[in-house]
Design a binder for this molecule. Structure first.
Ligand code: NIG
Ligand code: FE
Length: 419
Protein backbone atom coordinates (compact mmCIF):
# COMPACT_ATOMS: atom_id res chain seq x y z
CA UNK A 1 0.00 0.00 0.00
CA UNK A 2 1.14 3.52 -0.68
CA UNK A 3 2.39 5.59 2.23
CA UNK A 4 0.32 8.74 2.69
CA UNK A 5 1.33 11.57 5.00
CA UNK A 6 -1.18 14.26 5.90
CA UNK A 7 0.02 17.47 7.56
CA UNK A 8 -2.96 19.54 8.67
CA UNK A 9 -3.98 22.72 10.47
CA UNK A 10 -0.77 24.66 9.79
CA UNK A 11 -1.06 28.31 10.78
CA UNK A 12 0.88 29.14 7.60
CA UNK A 13 2.34 27.11 4.78
CA UNK A 14 5.06 29.03 2.95
CA UNK A 15 5.15 27.37 -0.45
CA UNK A 16 7.70 29.47 -2.42
CA UNK A 17 6.05 28.18 -5.60
CA UNK A 18 6.27 29.47 -9.21
CA UNK A 19 10.05 29.66 -9.39
CA UNK A 20 11.07 26.13 -10.25
CA UNK A 21 11.97 27.05 -13.83
CA UNK A 22 13.72 30.36 -13.18
CA UNK A 23 15.03 31.76 -9.88
CA UNK A 24 13.12 34.49 -8.07
CA UNK A 25 14.50 37.98 -8.71
CA UNK A 26 13.75 41.47 -7.38
CA UNK A 27 10.16 41.69 -6.01
CA UNK A 28 9.56 38.02 -6.68
CA UNK A 29 11.94 37.27 -3.85
CA UNK A 30 9.71 39.00 -1.32
CA UNK A 31 6.34 37.89 -2.64
CA UNK A 32 5.89 34.68 -0.73
CA UNK A 33 3.00 32.40 -1.55
CA UNK A 34 1.36 31.74 1.81
CA UNK A 35 -1.57 29.49 2.68
CA UNK A 36 -3.20 30.19 6.03
CA UNK A 37 -4.81 27.17 7.77
CA UNK A 38 -3.21 24.83 5.31
CA UNK A 39 -2.67 21.13 4.72
CA UNK A 40 -0.24 19.06 2.68
CA UNK A 41 -0.77 15.58 1.40
CA UNK A 42 2.20 13.42 0.48
CA UNK A 43 2.18 10.10 -1.31
CA UNK A 44 5.30 7.91 -1.34
CA UNK A 45 7.63 10.82 -0.79
CA UNK A 46 6.11 13.10 -3.41
CA UNK A 47 3.78 16.03 -2.73
CA UNK A 48 0.27 15.19 -3.89
CA UNK A 49 -1.52 18.39 -2.88
CA UNK A 50 -1.04 21.63 -0.96
CA UNK A 51 -3.99 23.82 -0.06
CA UNK A 52 -6.43 25.11 2.51
CA UNK A 53 -7.54 22.63 5.17
CA UNK A 54 -11.19 22.49 4.05
CA UNK A 55 -10.33 22.00 0.41
CA UNK A 56 -7.84 19.18 1.04
CA UNK A 57 -10.16 17.46 3.56
CA UNK A 58 -13.06 17.37 1.12
CA UNK A 59 -11.16 16.53 -2.02
CA UNK A 60 -8.89 13.80 -0.62
CA UNK A 61 -11.10 12.05 1.98
CA UNK A 62 -10.09 8.54 0.91
CA UNK A 63 -6.37 9.29 1.03
CA UNK A 64 -6.70 10.99 4.39
CA UNK A 65 -8.46 7.98 5.89
CA UNK A 66 -5.38 5.84 5.43
CA UNK A 67 -2.80 8.55 6.15
CA UNK A 68 -0.21 9.10 8.84
CA UNK A 69 -1.39 12.42 10.35
CA UNK A 70 0.66 15.30 11.73
CA UNK A 71 -1.24 18.13 13.37
CA UNK A 72 0.65 21.40 12.77
CA UNK A 73 -1.76 23.58 14.75
CA UNK A 74 -0.14 26.88 15.73
CA UNK A 75 2.96 26.09 13.69
CA UNK A 76 4.28 26.98 10.26
CA UNK A 77 5.38 24.76 7.41
CA UNK A 78 8.13 25.54 4.90
CA UNK A 79 10.07 23.67 2.24
CA UNK A 80 13.11 21.85 3.61
CA UNK A 81 15.91 24.41 3.73
CA UNK A 82 18.67 24.13 1.13
CA UNK A 83 22.31 24.99 1.88
CA UNK A 84 24.15 25.48 -1.43
CA UNK A 85 27.74 26.09 -0.19
CA UNK A 86 29.59 24.13 2.49
CA UNK A 87 33.04 22.71 3.17
CA UNK A 88 31.85 19.97 5.53
CA UNK A 89 34.47 17.26 4.99
CA UNK A 90 37.41 18.20 7.18
CA UNK A 91 39.38 17.20 10.21
CA UNK A 92 40.68 19.37 13.04
CA UNK A 93 39.63 22.82 14.14
CA UNK A 94 41.03 26.36 14.04
CA UNK A 95 40.07 27.96 17.34
CA UNK A 96 43.63 29.29 17.84
CA UNK A 97 43.37 31.21 14.56
CA UNK A 98 40.10 32.64 15.80
CA UNK A 99 41.93 34.06 18.80
CA UNK A 100 44.72 35.39 16.52
CA UNK A 101 42.09 37.18 14.46
CA UNK A 102 40.52 38.61 17.60
CA UNK A 103 43.96 39.99 18.35
CA UNK A 104 44.15 41.69 14.96
CA UNK A 105 45.65 39.23 12.45
CA UNK A 106 43.78 38.94 9.17
CA UNK A 107 42.42 35.75 7.59
CA UNK A 108 44.80 36.07 4.63
CA UNK A 109 47.85 36.80 6.83
CA UNK A 110 47.15 33.60 8.73
CA UNK A 111 46.73 31.65 5.50
CA UNK A 112 49.94 33.06 4.01
CA UNK A 113 51.81 31.98 7.13
CA UNK A 114 50.70 28.38 6.54
CA UNK A 115 47.53 28.44 8.66
CA UNK A 116 44.00 28.78 7.35
CA UNK A 117 43.06 26.39 4.55
CA UNK A 118 46.60 24.91 4.69
CA UNK A 119 46.18 23.94 8.36
CA UNK A 120 42.89 22.19 7.67
CA UNK A 121 44.42 20.52 4.60
CA UNK A 122 47.21 19.01 6.71
CA UNK A 123 44.72 17.73 9.30
CA UNK A 124 42.37 16.39 6.63
CA UNK A 125 45.17 14.67 4.72
CA UNK A 126 46.15 12.84 7.92
CA UNK A 127 42.62 11.72 8.75
CA UNK A 128 41.45 8.35 7.47
CA UNK A 129 38.27 7.80 5.49
CA UNK A 130 36.33 6.46 8.47
CA UNK A 131 37.16 9.42 10.73
CA UNK A 132 36.23 11.94 8.02
CA UNK A 133 33.03 10.05 7.31
CA UNK A 134 31.97 10.00 10.96
CA UNK A 135 32.82 13.66 11.58
CA UNK A 136 31.01 14.82 8.45
CA UNK A 137 28.00 12.63 9.27
CA UNK A 138 27.76 14.24 12.71
CA UNK A 139 27.74 17.69 11.09
CA UNK A 140 25.04 16.65 8.65
CA UNK A 141 22.94 15.24 11.49
CA UNK A 142 23.02 18.70 13.07
CA UNK A 143 22.10 20.41 9.80
CA UNK A 144 19.01 18.22 9.68
CA UNK A 145 18.05 19.23 13.22
CA UNK A 146 18.08 22.84 11.98
CA UNK A 147 15.72 22.11 9.11
CA UNK A 148 18.19 21.68 6.24
CA UNK A 149 17.31 18.79 3.92
CA UNK A 150 19.67 19.42 0.96
CA UNK A 151 23.34 20.39 1.25
CA UNK A 152 26.10 21.03 -1.23
CA UNK A 153 29.54 19.89 -0.05
CA UNK A 154 32.90 20.82 -1.58
CA UNK A 155 36.19 19.00 -1.48
CA UNK A 156 39.24 21.27 -1.28
CA UNK A 157 41.17 20.24 1.82
CA UNK A 158 43.08 17.55 -0.06
CA UNK A 159 44.95 19.49 -2.78
CA UNK A 160 46.43 16.31 -4.30
CA UNK A 161 44.53 13.96 -6.58
CA UNK A 162 44.51 11.15 -4.03
CA UNK A 163 43.45 13.36 -1.13
CA UNK A 164 40.77 15.20 -3.09
CA UNK A 165 39.38 11.81 -4.12
CA UNK A 166 39.32 10.73 -0.47
CA UNK A 167 37.13 13.73 0.39
CA UNK A 168 34.88 13.18 -2.62
CA UNK A 169 34.52 9.49 -1.74
CA UNK A 170 33.43 10.45 1.78
CA UNK A 171 30.81 12.71 0.20
CA UNK A 172 29.76 9.92 -2.14
CA UNK A 173 29.34 7.41 0.70
CA UNK A 174 27.29 9.91 2.71
CA UNK A 175 25.10 10.51 -0.35
CA UNK A 176 24.16 6.84 -0.21
CA UNK A 177 23.55 6.69 3.52
CA UNK A 178 22.42 10.04 4.90
CA UNK A 179 18.83 11.27 4.80
CA UNK A 180 20.02 14.70 3.62
CA UNK A 181 20.39 15.01 -0.16
CA UNK A 182 24.03 15.85 -0.80
CA UNK A 183 25.31 17.62 -3.91
CA UNK A 184 29.07 17.18 -4.54
CA UNK A 185 31.45 19.89 -5.77
CA UNK A 186 35.12 19.43 -6.66
CA UNK A 187 37.27 22.25 -5.30
CA UNK A 188 40.84 21.24 -5.95
CA UNK A 189 41.34 24.95 -6.60
CA UNK A 190 40.75 25.94 -2.97
CA UNK A 191 44.36 26.99 -2.28
CA UNK A 192 47.79 26.82 -3.91
CA UNK A 193 49.48 23.93 -2.11
CA UNK A 194 52.80 24.72 -0.43
CA UNK A 195 54.64 22.45 -2.90
CA UNK A 196 53.66 24.79 -5.77
CA UNK A 197 54.13 28.04 -3.90
CA UNK A 198 56.70 29.28 -6.41
CA UNK A 199 54.96 27.97 -9.50
CA UNK A 200 51.19 28.13 -9.07
CA UNK A 201 50.55 27.59 -12.78
CA UNK A 202 51.88 24.08 -12.40
CA UNK A 203 49.17 23.36 -9.85
CA UNK A 204 46.60 24.75 -12.28
CA UNK A 205 47.97 22.31 -14.87
CA UNK A 206 47.75 19.48 -12.35
CA UNK A 207 44.11 20.26 -11.63
CA UNK A 208 43.27 20.43 -15.32
CA UNK A 209 45.32 17.50 -16.56
CA UNK A 210 45.26 15.06 -13.65
CA UNK A 211 42.39 15.85 -11.29
CA UNK A 212 39.43 16.95 -13.39
CA UNK A 213 39.51 13.95 -15.75
CA UNK A 214 39.45 11.45 -12.88
CA UNK A 215 36.80 13.30 -10.85
CA UNK A 216 34.57 13.51 -13.92
CA UNK A 217 35.19 9.94 -15.06
CA UNK A 218 34.29 8.63 -11.61
CA UNK A 219 31.26 10.93 -11.45
CA UNK A 220 32.29 12.22 -8.03
CA UNK A 221 31.21 15.84 -8.59
CA UNK A 222 28.65 17.91 -10.43
CA UNK A 223 30.30 21.29 -9.94
CA UNK A 224 33.80 22.72 -10.11
CA UNK A 225 34.63 25.61 -7.76
CA UNK A 226 37.63 27.97 -7.58
CA UNK A 227 38.80 30.38 -4.86
CA UNK A 228 39.43 33.37 -7.17
CA UNK A 229 41.27 35.70 -4.82
CA UNK A 230 44.39 37.83 -4.56
CA UNK A 231 47.19 35.49 -3.51
CA UNK A 232 45.18 32.39 -4.39
CA UNK A 233 43.89 31.82 -7.98
CA UNK A 234 43.96 34.76 -10.40
CA UNK A 235 40.92 35.41 -12.61
CA UNK A 236 42.90 34.00 -15.56
CA UNK A 237 43.84 30.81 -13.71
CA UNK A 238 40.26 30.52 -12.45
CA UNK A 239 38.93 30.86 -15.97
CA UNK A 240 41.24 28.10 -17.22
CA UNK A 241 40.19 25.73 -14.46
CA UNK A 242 36.48 26.45 -14.86
CA UNK A 243 36.54 26.20 -18.66
CA UNK A 244 38.36 22.89 -18.39
CA UNK A 245 35.74 21.64 -15.90
CA UNK A 246 32.98 22.60 -18.33
CA UNK A 247 34.57 20.36 -20.96
CA UNK A 248 34.17 17.48 -18.49
CA UNK A 249 30.56 18.38 -17.77
CA UNK A 250 31.21 20.07 -14.43
CA UNK A 251 29.31 23.33 -14.01
CA UNK A 252 31.35 26.28 -12.72
CA UNK A 253 31.00 27.92 -9.34
CA UNK A 254 33.26 30.70 -8.05
CA UNK A 255 34.34 32.02 -4.66
CA UNK A 256 34.20 35.54 -6.09
CA UNK A 257 35.25 38.96 -4.80
CA UNK A 258 35.37 37.81 -1.17
CA UNK A 259 38.35 39.73 0.16
CA UNK A 260 39.58 41.82 -2.78
CA UNK A 261 37.60 43.05 -5.81
CA UNK A 262 39.21 40.95 -8.54
CA UNK A 263 36.33 40.77 -11.01
CA UNK A 264 35.09 37.34 -9.95
CA UNK A 265 31.48 38.42 -10.49
CA UNK A 266 32.20 39.39 -14.12
CA UNK A 267 34.05 36.13 -14.67
CA UNK A 268 31.07 34.18 -13.28
CA UNK A 269 28.74 35.98 -15.70
CA UNK A 270 31.07 35.48 -18.67
CA UNK A 271 31.58 31.76 -18.24
CA UNK A 272 27.96 31.05 -17.28
CA UNK A 273 28.68 29.92 -13.72
CA UNK A 274 25.69 28.45 -11.91
CA UNK A 275 26.62 30.58 -8.90
CA UNK A 276 28.96 33.36 -7.79
CA UNK A 277 29.53 33.09 -4.07
CA UNK A 278 30.56 35.62 -1.38
CA UNK A 279 30.63 38.90 -3.46
CA UNK A 280 31.47 41.08 -0.46
CA UNK A 281 33.63 43.26 -2.69
CA UNK A 282 31.81 42.85 -6.01
CA UNK A 283 31.92 46.00 -8.14
CA UNK A 284 28.83 47.65 -9.62
CA UNK A 285 30.00 46.44 -13.00
CA UNK A 286 30.19 42.88 -11.69
CA UNK A 287 26.74 43.08 -10.14
CA UNK A 288 25.26 44.39 -13.38
CA UNK A 289 26.97 41.66 -15.37
CA UNK A 290 25.38 39.05 -13.07
CA UNK A 291 21.97 40.72 -13.37
CA UNK A 292 21.91 39.87 -17.07
CA UNK A 293 22.20 36.15 -16.28
CA UNK A 294 20.49 33.52 -14.12
CA UNK A 295 23.70 32.98 -12.16
CA UNK A 296 22.78 32.87 -8.48
CA UNK A 297 24.58 35.16 -6.04
CA UNK A 298 25.14 32.89 -3.03
CA UNK A 299 25.67 35.22 -0.09
CA UNK A 300 27.41 33.99 3.05
CA UNK A 301 26.91 36.54 5.82
CA UNK A 302 28.12 34.06 8.46
CA UNK A 303 31.58 34.41 6.94
CA UNK A 304 31.53 38.21 7.01
CA UNK A 305 30.26 38.03 10.60
CA UNK A 306 32.95 35.59 11.69
CA UNK A 307 35.79 37.32 9.81
CA UNK A 308 34.55 40.68 11.13
CA UNK A 309 34.40 41.94 7.54
CA UNK A 310 31.99 44.15 5.68
CA UNK A 311 28.85 42.34 4.59
CA UNK A 312 27.96 41.73 0.95
CA UNK A 313 25.75 44.50 -0.49
CA UNK A 314 22.70 42.23 -0.66
CA UNK A 315 20.23 45.06 -1.08
CA UNK A 316 22.11 46.43 -4.08
CA UNK A 317 22.52 42.95 -5.54
CA UNK A 318 18.81 42.06 -5.24
CA UNK A 319 17.64 45.47 -6.45
CA UNK A 320 19.92 45.19 -9.49
CA UNK A 321 18.03 42.04 -10.47
CA UNK A 322 20.42 39.29 -9.38
CA UNK A 323 18.81 36.18 -7.85
CA UNK A 324 20.18 35.75 -4.33
CA UNK A 325 20.57 32.62 -2.22
CA UNK A 326 21.90 32.26 1.31
CA UNK A 327 24.25 29.67 2.72
CA UNK A 328 26.30 28.89 5.83
CA UNK A 329 29.67 28.38 4.05
CA UNK A 330 30.13 25.96 6.95
CA UNK A 331 33.87 25.33 7.43
CA UNK A 332 36.33 25.32 10.35
CA UNK A 333 38.06 28.62 9.53
CA UNK A 334 35.79 31.33 8.20
CA UNK A 335 32.33 30.13 9.22
CA UNK A 336 32.18 27.40 11.86
CA UNK A 337 28.41 27.14 12.12
CA UNK A 338 25.68 24.68 11.19
CA UNK A 339 22.73 27.05 11.49
CA UNK A 340 21.18 28.21 8.23
CA UNK A 341 18.35 29.90 10.23
CA UNK A 342 21.00 32.06 11.93
CA UNK A 343 22.33 33.00 8.47
CA UNK A 344 18.79 34.08 7.50
CA UNK A 345 18.74 36.25 10.58
CA UNK A 346 22.06 37.86 9.55
CA UNK A 347 20.60 38.35 6.07
CA UNK A 348 18.03 40.68 7.59
CA UNK A 349 20.03 42.39 10.30
CA UNK A 350 23.35 42.78 8.51
CA UNK A 351 22.53 42.79 4.80
CA UNK A 352 19.19 44.60 4.68
CA UNK A 353 17.19 41.70 3.31
CA UNK A 354 13.53 41.31 4.21
CA UNK A 355 12.41 38.19 6.14
CA UNK A 356 10.53 37.09 3.00
CA UNK A 357 13.64 37.43 0.85
CA UNK A 358 15.67 35.31 3.26
CA UNK A 359 13.11 32.50 3.00
CA UNK A 360 13.22 32.55 -0.81
CA UNK A 361 17.02 32.70 -0.60
CA UNK A 362 17.28 29.63 1.66
CA UNK A 363 14.81 27.52 -0.33
CA UNK A 364 14.03 27.83 -4.04
CA UNK A 365 16.89 30.16 -5.01
CA UNK A 366 19.33 28.00 -3.04
CA UNK A 367 18.01 24.99 -4.97
CA UNK A 368 18.73 26.83 -8.23
CA UNK A 369 22.32 27.43 -7.10
CA UNK A 370 22.88 23.65 -7.09
CA UNK A 371 20.61 22.69 -9.99
CA UNK A 372 17.96 21.08 -7.79
CA UNK A 373 15.05 23.52 -8.33
CA UNK A 374 13.02 20.99 -10.29
CA UNK A 375 12.85 18.60 -7.33
CA UNK A 376 13.23 20.62 -4.09
CA UNK A 377 13.00 24.15 -2.70
CA UNK A 378 9.22 24.64 -2.83
CA UNK A 379 6.04 22.91 -1.73
CA UNK A 380 4.07 22.05 -4.83
CA UNK A 381 2.46 19.05 -6.42
CA UNK A 382 4.98 16.66 -7.90
CA UNK A 383 7.97 17.87 -5.91
CA UNK A 384 9.93 15.83 -3.41
CA UNK A 385 8.27 16.01 0.02
CA UNK A 386 11.08 17.75 1.93
CA UNK A 387 9.18 19.69 4.57
CA UNK A 388 9.95 21.49 7.83
CA UNK A 389 7.47 22.31 10.57
CA UNK A 390 8.65 25.18 12.77
CA UNK A 391 7.10 25.76 16.16
CA UNK A 392 6.39 29.46 15.59
CA UNK A 393 3.08 31.23 14.91
CA UNK A 394 4.17 32.99 11.70
CA UNK A 395 7.16 33.09 9.36
CA UNK A 396 8.51 36.39 10.69
CA UNK A 397 9.66 34.54 13.81
CA UNK A 398 12.25 32.69 11.72
CA UNK A 399 14.40 35.79 11.43
CA UNK A 400 13.00 37.68 14.43
CA UNK A 401 14.07 35.38 17.26
CA UNK A 402 17.73 34.59 16.73
CA UNK A 403 20.17 31.92 17.81
CA UNK A 404 17.30 29.55 18.61
CA UNK A 405 16.26 26.35 16.94
CA UNK A 406 12.54 26.49 16.16
CA UNK A 407 12.44 23.21 14.24
CA UNK A 408 9.62 20.95 15.39
CA UNK A 409 9.55 18.23 12.72
CA UNK A 410 11.61 17.51 9.62
CA UNK A 411 10.22 15.38 6.81
CA UNK A 412 12.55 14.05 4.12
CA UNK A 413 11.07 12.41 1.04
CA UNK A 414 7.81 11.96 2.93
CA UNK A 415 9.38 10.35 6.02
CA UNK A 416 9.66 11.96 9.44
CA UNK A 417 13.40 12.18 10.17
CA UNK A 418 13.37 14.67 13.07
CA UNK A 419 10.53 14.98 15.60
O1 NIG B 1 34.43 30.09 1.57
N1 NIG B 1 37.25 31.39 0.90
C1 NIG B 1 37.68 30.27 0.82
N2 NIG B 1 37.15 29.15 1.33
C2 NIG B 1 36.32 29.11 2.48
C3 NIG B 1 37.11 29.11 3.73
C4 NIG B 1 37.72 27.83 4.01
C5 NIG B 1 38.59 27.83 5.22
O2 NIG B 1 38.98 28.87 5.76
O3 NIG B 1 38.92 26.70 5.64
C6 NIG B 1 35.28 30.21 2.42
O4 NIG B 1 35.31 31.14 3.23
FE1 FE C 1 33.36 28.69 0.84
Amino acid sequence: MNHILYIKNAAQIITTTNHSEKPAKKDEMRHLQIIENGSILVEDGIILAVGEDDFIREKYTDDINQAQVIDAKGKIVTPGLVDPHTHLVYAGSREKEYVMRLEGKSYMEIMEAGGGIHATTVATQKADFHTLYEETKRRLDTFLLYGVTTVEIKSGYGLTLEQELKQLEVIDELRKNHPIDIVPTFMGAHAIPKRYENDPDRYVDEIIQRMLPVVAERKLAEFNDVFCEKGVFTPEQSRRILEAGKRYGLQPKIHADEIEPLGGAQLAAQIGAISADHLLKASDEGIHALAKTNTIAVLLPGTAFFLMAEFAPARKIIDAGVAVALSTDSNPGSSPTISLPFIMNLGCLKMGMTPEETITAATINAAHAIDRAKTVGSLEKGKQADIVIFNVPNYLFLSYQYGMNHVDTVIKRGKVVVE
